[in-house]
Design a protein around this ligand. Structure first.
Ligand code: NAD
Length: 267
């Protein structure tokens, strides 16, 4: 298959434009993906917010409409194939296309290893890993079949390896997210569907609020050369870059760290 390339004669002013594109943001009712959705909208994309929490999804969709973009809020359980299939149908009915998928549904737990139940193991792996697999099947197929290419952005974590203390199942799941990202980068490349991950360091949000005790906060900051947490707005540049078929046209299978140097730190 001959792959089409983006013209090298493009106007650099358009490098980060997402005008005419449609993004589905799974977990977009939450802190990090909500901010990324706003950034994609400011770059010109129309947005579907898919989240388990209907109030969070609707609030974010309302904020995006206030930016002058079209937005749709869809309640989904991202662990359920039928929910994501129905969401895709609604997006295609409303917007006619889907070009960008952000996979950011997430839950976490600090249960000590010997106390983790099978129920908790399955719940975390379902939300943090299986949802990425299902969304890549459903939305990836639509992108492959559209012939328009696309960009899938999975949200990994510093826990993806070497693993973080305390968050055992979450670390297993995020290691799997990296594998999905690189496997599908190979699989989808012939169709100009790029698959990358953003690997955030530490950002205060809902799913990690209870885990960020004073002691753990100090450990994290000691291990982060920039000596602070990230702010959710600091993920927007990475998301827009990876979403843009012009800015990141030759980028697939990459895992982009946004972590204040955490991943470069030893002692
Ligand atoms: N906050 C951090 O420091 C950090 C660091 C690395 C990676 N991450 C990842 O970023 C992503 C976003 O997390 P966040 O920190 O913004 O937390 P958050 O709790 O604010 O957002 C997570 C969102 O996922 C949604 N969700 C949970 N289960 C779902 C399901 N079954 N179906 C659909 N939606 C579901 C929640 O309703 C919520 O809106 C997650 O994948 C998380 O693992 C966060």
């Amino acid at each position: 298959m001959v792959q089409k390339r983006v013209s090298s004669e493009m106007n650099d002013n358009d490098l980060f434009s997402l005008a005419g594109k449609v993004a589905a943001v799974v977990g977009g009712g939450g802190v990090l993906a909500g901010e990324m959705a706003m950034g994609l909208a400011r770059a010109g994309a129309d947005i579907a917010i898919l989240d388990y929490n209907p109030a969070g999804a609707e609030a974010r969709a309302t904020a995006i409409r206030a930016l002058g973009r079209r937005a749709l809020a869809v309640q989904v359980d991202a662990t359920k194939k039928e929910d994501l299939g129905t969401a895709l149908d609604r997006i295609l009915a409303e917007f006619g296309r889907v070009d960008i998928l952000v996979n950011a549904a997430g839950i976490n737990s600090g249960t000590p290893f010997f106390e983790i139940t099978e129920e908790e193991w399955h719940r975390i792996l379902d939300v943090d890993l299986k949802s990425v697999f299902i969304a890549c099947q459903i939305f990836g197929k639509a992108m492959v079949e559209s012939g328009n290419g696309g960009s899938i952005i999975n949200i990994s974590s510093a826990s993806s390896g070497p693993p973080l203390s305390k968050v055992f199942t979450y670390s297993v799941a995020k290691g799997g997210v990296n594998q999905i990202t690189q496997f599908l980068a190979r699989e989808f490349a012939p169709y100009r569907v790029r698959v990358n991950a953003i690997l955030p360091g530490f950002f205060p949000a809902e799913q990690n609020r209870k885990l960020l005790t004073a002691e753990r906060t100090q450990q994290i900051l000691n291990h982060t050369p920039m000596n602070r947490f990230g702010e959710s707005s600091e993920l927007v540049g990475a998301a827009v870059y990876l979403a843009s078929e012009k800015a990141s046209s030759f980028v697939t299978g990459s895992i982009l760290r946004v972590d204040g140097g955490y991943g470069a730190m030893t002692i």
